[in-house]
Design a protein around this ligand. Structure first.
Ligand code: SAH
Length: 251
């Protein structure tokens, strides 16, 4: 049996009950080191196989091989089907055609985790784009950014910056600026629901202020045409995208 488990953004409270059950039932847990570290006592006493970034295909094949005789959980941060391991595992399984039972278990993805810490920026339509050009050519990412920002809906940016591609974020902000005003709210969430959590709200015009926070542990949400900064008293500050109740009701 093979479980492909989305373990959520970090803290064990954000892990679903089904994910927990699958981990407890597994003989072998396989995944990236940083994700395994988040699981602590849940995987104690099990065979744990740690692999590093960039070894995804090898890891998928290994997990399938092991699941022929044992119960295996392949773990992925957030949701395994969102820029995660689910697709490569399913591709290799299909290719092998052995019919091993597989269950993909959903997890809280970074978009949801970041949105919740900001308030409610993704209340209606939204789109997600990854700025990582490891598997998608930069020209394709650029084309999608133009298409996405031109829709006027909130955009979630995954993989905004890493050492290997420090310029993609600046490029994305430049494209955003062609379609959105400088007062557009932008939420920057680093390490949501795990150690080092940081949340910042700026406007598109002030985005340089947030630059130091943007790296591979950060999710950025650029507001849409209807998004605005939300305040609760003096201190709390977030982003809200009204769903349109104000057009129908008085409150
Ligand atoms: N499968 C994951 C995404 C993997 S891509 C998911 O569903 O969340 C890796 C990117 O996800 C990071 O570069 C970052 O943009 C985002 N991310 C993942 N976990 C995060 C967290 N706890 N806080 C903020 N961003 C996170």
């Amino acid at each position: 049996m093979l479980y492909v488990v989305g373990i959520g953004p970090g803290s064990p409270e954000q892990l679903t009950r089904r994910a927990r059950e699958a981990l407890l039932q597994s003989d072998v847990i396989i995944g990236n080191d940083s994700y395994l570290a988040q699981l602590g006592p849940l995987i104690e006493g099990k065979e744990v196989i740690r692999s590093s970034m960039g070894q995804e295909v090898k890891r998928a094949k290994r997990s399938i091989e092991l699941s022929k005789t044992r119960v295996v959980s392949m773990v992925s941060g957030g949701d395994a089907g969102v820029y995660g391991m689910a697709s490569i595992v399913l591709e290799v399984l299909e290719h092998e055609g052995t019919g091993i039972p597989v269950e993909v278990i959903p997890g809280v993805t970074a978009a949801n985790a970041a949105a919740s810490l900001l308030g409610s920026p993704l209340s209606g339509d939204f789109a997600a784009i990854s700025l990582s050009d490891l598997l998608t050519p930069i020209e394709v990412i650029e084309r999608r950014l133009h298409a996405a920002f031109s829709m006027g809906i909130p955009i979630v940016l995954y993989n905004p910056k890493s050492r290997g591609r420090p310029h993609n974020f600046a490029l994305a902000m430049e494209i955003a600026g062609k379609y959105r005003g400088s007062g557009t709210p932008v939420g920057i969430v680093k390490n949501a629901y795990r150690e080092g959590e940081e949340v910042m709200v700026v406007t598109l015009g002030e985005i340089a202020l947030a630059d130091r926070m943007v790296d591979m542990h950060t999710t950025v949400i650029v507001g849409g045409e209807e998004s605005r900064i939300w305040r609760n008293g003096q201190h709390a500050k977030g982003i809200i995208t009204p769903r349109g109740y104000h057009r129908k009701y008085l409150y």
